[in-house]
Design a protein around this ligand. Structure first.
Ligand code: NAD
Length: 498
């Protein structure tokens, strides 16, 4: 069986823990590889390698660091098909979606190519007599990233793209469920000209994460995953004196007002709810039609769309989504479907028991639809992370807006309407971090910034865009004085500008 190993100091490292995780082929249900799970020793080796590389890498001028990013982008683009196949083979998402995953990561690399501009500091000429004040952004040192299974291309690039361009070195702890692509990305970074140690990959579970959180050589931690772990990472990392950003789970709502283009809105919601088998933090698993007539029309149109929705293996070009990532995840989603029934929601389409000829052991779940879901139900309050769409009916606009605002998660939300005033009011008032107006998955572009509110994110700085640059740098402010003429008297009171 194939072993997936760590990547430390520019080389493959088997590790000494003797512990391994299983990596599945979600299409067939078979174990296809085992991944080494790090102990603190491998984490130490990776942090030591990153620390050795950092001073020289941080001293490379920003334009040359940007050139490494340009070359990395070229290398990834040249291998897009091979990398997408690798991603799909462990994650289960369809190939076109894997290409999208990598492409969204490359868009952050494109942003990182502009790092000389983003790192420019501020300067005040003549702040006082012979006095100039200027600020510069300096790298933090060694930063670490801990990433989820659902975007094994994009999310590592969100983190290491910006961190490395800013002059940090990086230790990535990717998800142990689909760990191969991040290693290939690290190899390509070396091929692009990043020196050994600038990007290391350590596989593992809680043991590796805790070792990174406690490690005195790690200055910053970026985490993306589920909310309870995000909160844990945030608390433990901050207690160890690190800068931490920790993105968590989500339950994104799509409001449909009576005046919306219903055909378009339902088409948009289908892709956002069921694409990638619902395993996206910006999926749209809750639809809130306003008014009974809208609700009935939406339900009817969703049911019509479900007739033609194709579930298949990840290499099937006709498939709209593939299997979920593991058998355990499939069970979790199916348990939620049962819970929904037990709680009294109406199960309109049941994806349990879905089977694909020739792939009977694959981790497939058919598209599932619930109607008459109520806010007090656990299936509404919690994240399911599967191909399950829930209709929560609201009588008024105010009632609809209150739902995402009151929810424990606040990652993304969308509104479908032709009424600009209502959309504007919604965008201003809703208590959620990322808002779409007639856009079902409002993931901001790389030069903007990504981050939710409430239990969807812990810490102050978002991912990528200028917030990413701020997260991975510290500001130094210099006050310089070049006096002319006679010696000035000592000042015993605090100097002020007069
Ligand atoms: P997860 O929380 O299980 O795992 C995320 C990372 O944490 C992995 O690297 C994993 O190895 C590690 N981990 C798991 N258990 C741990 C523990 N007890 N202690 C320390 N580390 C631990 O998440 P997942 O299942 O891989 O990913 C899905 C989740 O990620 C969903 O909740 C989804 O909404 C969320 N997500 C959020 C965003 C966002 O930006 N807000 C983006 C993508 C995914």
């Amino acid at each position: 069986m194939r072993d997936i190993t760590h990547f430390i100091d520019g080389a493959t490292v088997a590790g000494t823990s003797g512990r391994f995780g299983e990596v599945f082929n979600p299409n067939t249900g078979e174990v296809q590889a085992r991944v080494a799970l790090a102990s603190a020793a491998e984490v130490d080796a990776a942090v030591a390698s990153a620390a050795r590389a950092q001073a020289a890498w941080g001293a490379v001028n920003p334009q040359r660091r940007a050139r490494v990013m340009f070359e990395f982008k070229r290398l990834v683009e040249a291998r897009m098909d091979e990398l997408a196949e690798l991603l799909s083979s462990e994650h289960g998402k369809v190939l076109a979606d894997s290409r999208g995953d990598i492409q969204r990561g490359l868009e952050v690399i494109e942003f990182a190519c502009g790092i000389p501009h983003a790192l420019k500091g501020e300067f005040t000429d003549g702040a006082g007599p012979g006095i100039d004040v200027y600020s510069m952004r300096q790298p933090l040192g060694v930063a670490a990233g801990i990433t989820p299974f659902n975007f094994p291309g994009m999310i590592p690039m969100w983190m290491f793209g910006v961190a490395i361009a800013c002059g940090n070195t990086f230790v990535l702890k990717p998800s142990e469920k689909d760990p191969s692509l991040p290693v290939r990305l690290a190899e390509l970074m070396m091929e692009a000209g990043a020196p050994a140690g600038v990007l290391n990959v350590v596989h593992g579970d809680k043991t590796a994460v805790d070792a990174l959180l406690d490690h005195p050589g790690v200055a910053a931690i970026s985490f993306v995953g589920s909310s309870d772990i995000a909160q844990y990472v945030y608390s433990r990392g901050a207690a160890a004196g690190k800068r931490v950003q920790a993105m968590g789970g989500a339950k994104n709502h799509g409001l449909i007002l009576p005046d919306a283009d219903l055909d378009q809105a339902v088409k948009d919601i289908m892709g956002a709810a069921y694409g990638s088998a619902g395993e996206r933090c910006m999926a749209l698993p809750v639809v809130v039609p306003v008014g009974e007539r809208t609700a009935e029309a939406v339900r009817e149109k969703v049911l019509a769309e479900l007739e033609t929705l194709t579930v298949g293996i990840s290499t099937d070009p006709a498939a709209q989504y593939g299997p979920v990532v593991t058998a355990a995840h499939k069970r979790r989603v199916e348990d939620y479907i049962q819970l929904g029934v037990d709680e009294g929601a109406e199960l309109v389409a049941d994806g349990r028991g879905f089977s694909l000829q020739g792939f009977e052991n694959g981790f497939f779940i058919g598209p599932t639809l619930f109607d008459h879901v109520k806010p007090q139900m656990r299936t509404y309050q919690e994240e399911i992370f599967g191909p399950v769409l829930q209709i929560v009916r609201a009588e008024t606009f105010e009632e609809a807006v209150a739902l995402p605002s009151a929810h424990q998660y606040g990652n993304g939300v969308s509104i479908f309407t032709r009424d600009g005033r209502a959309a504007r009011e919604f965008a201003n008032k809703v208590n959620v971090g990322m808002v779409g107006i007639n856009v079902p998955i409002p993931v901001p572009l790389a030069y903007h910034t990504f981050g939710g509110w409430k239990r969807s994110a812990f810490g102050d700085a978002n991912q990528h865009g200028m917030d990413g640059v701020r997260f991975y740098t510290k500001v130094k402010t210099v006050t310089a004085r070049w006096p002319e003429g006679a010696v000035e008297d000592s000042a015993f009171v605090i100097p002020t500008m007069r």
